[in-house]
Ligand binder design. Structure first.
Ligand SMILES: *[C@@H]1O[C@H](CO)[C@@H](O)[C@H](O)[C@H]1NC(C)=O
Ligand SMILES: *[C@@H]1O[C@H](CO)[C@@H](O)[C@H](O)[C@H]1NC(C)=O
Ligand SMILES: *[C@@H]1O[C@H](CO)[C@@H](O)[C@H](O)[C@H]1NC(C)=O
Length: 409
């Protein structure tokens, strides 16, 4: 149990043996489609949504060097990334974004992923739009717009931390090579100029946010000693909380509770040496739907509408949600004291916020103390100002984008 990263990997190895799933397959896709369902009281939405041009579409590059080490996606295809070259004063600066999309940990669910972009590069879009923290427009991305940017596609099902030992056989061919993918990607980017980085930021959302925490120090260790290197985890702070019936959904499939202690971000983060910024909504809809109120926890459907839209929650349910927020703040209490850390916990019902222009930085973005997430992260990254922003409890912040899934009922 010496090295925290090894422990984290042990976790994933153990995890991969368990027949459990947090089903967030296609989260990215869902998020994209739900962008349209945003609470759209804000008048200037349309202008924000339509502000992408041909230059914002970045082509997919297959990671050919992955062949040498067997760093394959779940289906055995090559992993991939999208790269946009930096310019001007950003030429030697690098921002890496690890894609999210839940996890798979049974033969069945990992097998199903093989037929999607989350398990095979065969299904990945050849062009993706770089927006929010990946945008090359200073109006959308004031501090990082001209950096080299890389979106690393997620196709291993285990936050870039799976290990060959955990592969299932039984006639089903699956590759659990997340750790090798991470290493192969690093080799490739180092050869493309990352090895000369002056400033670098590793980011990711959801499962990619957790991957950011897991790989943060390793990222740091690959870069020049005098480079400024930091990590930003968006919606990757998964709580080790019981659900409304008291069951530990995120724990339920472990047989070794003691080892579990080092699994959750609140444990990982204690051991990360590199400066970290945590962006997380206090009412992360993914965690509410999968950790706090998973389907099986409300067999009579009482929570049906509330877990799809915070506006539908009555006062007793809001109280439960406030309890969840309290647990998040408690889990972050130690981290809050760290000198070089940053925090942005807004009281919104949403999940990822860094790669959507309307939540990252726009005239109608969610703000705390009148600061957008982009401004807070920039202040922290460049040491302009301490950035530890925690919102007052729901419903106090009128700048929130609150997701509303009830339209799908
Ligand atoms: C593989 O098959 C064997 C025998 O059919 C079974 O005992 C084992 O649990 C299976 N392994 C997995 C990971 O499903
Ligand atoms: C909230 O709704 C649930 C389910 O419909 C109900 O059991 C509970 O009493 C309600 N609470 C209040 C304060 O209305
Ligand atoms: C909030 O920030 C904007 C710039 O981002 C500024 O124009 C505005 O005056 C600020 N509002 C307040 C109340 O400070």
């Amino acid at each position: 149990m010496a090295n925290p990263r090894i422990r984290a990997l042990t976790w994933w190895r153990k995890w991969a043996k368990r027949d459990w799933v947090i089903a967030a397959v296609g989260l990215t896709i869902i998020l994209f489609s739900l962008t349209l369902l945003f609470d759209s009281r804000k008048p200037d939405d349309s202008s924000i949504f339509s502000r992408s041009s041909v230059d914002d579409h970045v082509p997919l590059t297959l990671l050919h060097r992955a062949k040498a080490t067997g760093a394959f996606c779940l289906d055995g295809s090559l992993p991939a990334y999208h790269f946009q070259k930096g310019f001007g004063s950003g030429s030697n600066n690098w921002l890496l974004h690890l894609e999210g999309g839940g996890w798979c940990n049974s033969i069945g669910t990992c097998n199903r992923r093989k037929g999607s972009s989350l398990g095979s590069s065969k299904y990945m879009d050849r062009l993706v739009t770089f927006a929010g923290i990946l945008s090359r427009h200073s109006s959308q991305n004031p501090d990082f717009y001209n950096w080299n940017k890389v979106k690393i596609r997620y196709c291993d099902g285990a936050s870039f931390a799976g290990h060959p030992e955990s592969e299932f056989k039984n006639g089903t061919k699956l590759f659990f090579r997340g750790q090798l993918i991470w290493e192969a990607i690093m080799d490739e980017l180092l050869s493309l100029g990352l090895s000369n980085a002056k400033q670098a930021l590793l980011t990711g959302c959801s499962a990619g946010g957790l991957a950011t925490l897991i790989h943060c120090d390793d990222f740091r260790d690959h870069l020049p000693k005098d480079a400024t290197v930091k990590c930003l985890a968006d919606a990757g702070f998964f709580l080790d909380e019981p659900d409304i019936l008291g069951s530990r959904t995120l724990r339920a499939f472990y047989d070794d509770v003691v080892k579990l202690q080092c699994l959750f971000p609140e444990e990982i983060i204690k051991n990360v040496r590199t400066p970290v910024f945590i962006v997380n909504p206090a009412y992360d809809f993914w965690q509410i739907q999968h950790v706090l109120v998973p389907i099986q926890s409300h067999p009579h459907g009482n929570w049906k509408r509330c877990r799809l839209s915070i506006k539908e929650c009555n006062s007793s349910y809001i109280e439960t949600l406030q309890g969840f927020r309290g647990s998040l703040l408690k889990a972050l209490r130690e981290f809050q004291k760290s000198e070089d850390g940053g925090i942005f916990i807004n009281s919104c019902y949403i999940h990822c916020q860094t790669w959507l222009p309307e939540t990252w930085h726009s005239p109608s973005s969610p703000r705390i103390n009148n600061k957008t997430i982009a401004e807070s992260v920039g202040d922290w990254y460049f040491n302009r100002e301490a950035s530890k922003l925690i919102d007052c409890a729901y419903p106090c912040n009128p700048t929130c984008y609150n997701m509303d899934f009830t339209g799908r009922l």
